[in-house]
Design a protein around this ligand. Structure first.
Ligand code: HEM
Length: 421
């Protein structure tokens, strides 16, 4: 999806925001900007009769994703399931409301805490270095392809998933969120078959080893929702939720940000390797890229948003990518500013469903960009950019760049490669 905004006035009424292809070829940021100005709460009717309400302003987006009393997650949080019933309702964290949601989430919180994730820093840094090692050759480096594996590496480690399974898991999770993209749907895989293959994988995992395994899968298997032993289907859904949450989002933050580095070398030059500077840059990278374009909810009862009446049981789509460019909250929102402060972006959502992997994602992105800044003086685009065909994930399938390395970096990268081989 285009991450910048062309600035052209957009005929937003002519656009179908459910169309995955629009995000690869069109300019959603221009559409969202026009909608924020002209129709911040807007009811869409699709040709097949289904309806949903779009909210595009920051304040409304935060209310919709954050107020679980009025806006329920039980019918799924993605536009792709609009009009259906989510079989994972009350069984998977992201598709449940409190109190069930709280019971599924609380036991995992301590396993994914800021403190625990910081301890993983050195291991994640080594992973980042391994992924950056090919830069030593001075050839074109496809950022999108190279970093697709990054979250799988650290989430695989946390979940205790064998390394031999990682490439297939990345392919399946990508297919299940972007089945229309030729890069993933090509093998005839539908999102349904990808879901089935992933579920079969987790069925096996739900029964492999014993319940006191020390990884995240063990923590899920030991949960006791409503005071009873967790069922296999609940183990599967929540393993799926954690894995998908990580693999389909984080790579696109890196790719979007490296693309911004190629477009704004002066901004890149402002990032120093100190932790605080990298941290601020990561926060802006998250706002800028907003990999999850939206979160959907269904109303529990009739309500109103910004004076627009909404009926009971209506689908409401909160556009996170739009909220993160709202000038009511962000000064000069289309400026990529690695020192932006304050930066209360909604890339991780808000409220009870606020991304449980946020501390992990922040540590991982911090380690990755820390390494990038240490080794590269700058980047330039070296080929055609391909955007992901998806209405849910803003990202890339190809981003070829060339890096100018800092003195001594080549030797370091070669050493990292030797270590990894
Ligand atoms: C940059 C990376 C990431 C982004 C942008 C992101 C984005 C989001 C967003 C927007 C939500 C809220 C969905 C909603 O309100 O319906 C969410 C929830 C979630 N994310 Fe992430 N995520 C990222 C990384 C991760 C990682 C690394 C993990 C794995 C540990 C993860 C696992 C989850 C899970 C399990 C939920 C559901 C939480 C709940 O319902 O309480 N995410 N994520």
């Amino acid at each position: 999806m285009r991450i910048t905004c062309s600035g052209a006035r957009s005929d937003w009424r002519a656009v179908d925001l459910t169309d995955p292809l629009f995000y690869a070829q069109g300019d959603p940021h221009a559409v969202w900007r026009a909608m924020r100005d002209e129709a911040p709460v807007h009811r869409h009717r699709l040709a097949d009769g289904r309806e949903y309400v779009s909210v595009t302003r920051y304040a409304d987006v935060r209310t919709v994703v954050g107020d679980h009393q009025v806006f329920s997650s039980r019918r799924g949080n993605m536009l792709s399931v609009l009009g259906g019933h989510d079989p994972a309702a009350d069984r998977m964290m992201v598709s449940s409301d409190p109190p069930i949601h709280t019971e599924l989430r609380a036991p995992l919180m301590k396993h994914l805490s800021q403190q625990r994730m910081r301890e993983l820093g050195p291991a994640i840094r080594a992973m980042a270095r391994g992924l950056l090692a090919p830069l030593a050759d001075g050839d074109t480096w496809d950022v999108a392809e190279s970093v697709a594996m990054f979250p799988m590496m650290f989430t695989g480690l946390l979940m205790g998933l064998p390394e031999r399974d990682w490439p297939e898991l990345v392919r399946l999770t990508s297919t299940s969120v972007a089945p229309d993209d030729p890069a993933y749907g090509a093998d005839g895989d539908s999102p349904l078959s990808a879901h089935h293959e992933l579920f079969d994988y987790f069925v096996e995992l739900a029964h492999t080893g014993d319940d006191d395994r020390e990884d995240l899968v063990g923590a899920i298997r030991r949960m006791t929702p409503q005071g009873r032993r967790i069922r296999t289907d609940e183990v599967i859904y929540n393993c799926y939720n954690v894995l998908l949450g990580a693999t389909v989002t984080a790579p696109h933050v890196i790719a979007s940000t490296v693309l911004a580095f190629t477009e704004h070398p002066d901004v890149y030059a402002r990032i120093t390797p100190e932790a605080d500077a990298v941290d601020l840059a990561v926060t802006e990278a998250l706002r800028w890229s907003s990999p999850a374009t939206h979160a959907m909810r269904y109303t529990n009862a009739a309500t109103e948003i910004g004076g627009v009446p909404i009926g009971a049981d209506e689908a409401v789509v909160a556009w996170l990518g739009s909220a993160n460019r709202d000038r009511a909250v962000f000064d000069d929102p289309y400026r990529f500013d690695v020192t932006r402060r304050p930066n209360p972006h909604l890339a991780f959502g808000s409220g009870r469903h606020y991304c449980i992997g946020a501390p992990l994602a922040r540590v991982a992105l911090g380690e990755f960009f820390g390494e990038v800044v240490r080794i590269a003086e700058g980047f330039e685009l070296a080929g055609e950019v391909r955007h992901l065909v998806s209405n849910f994930i803003a990202g890339f399938t190809s981003l070829p760049v060339r890096a100018r390395l800092r003195p001594g970096a080549e030797r370091e990268l070669a050493a990292a490669r030797a270590e990894g081989s």
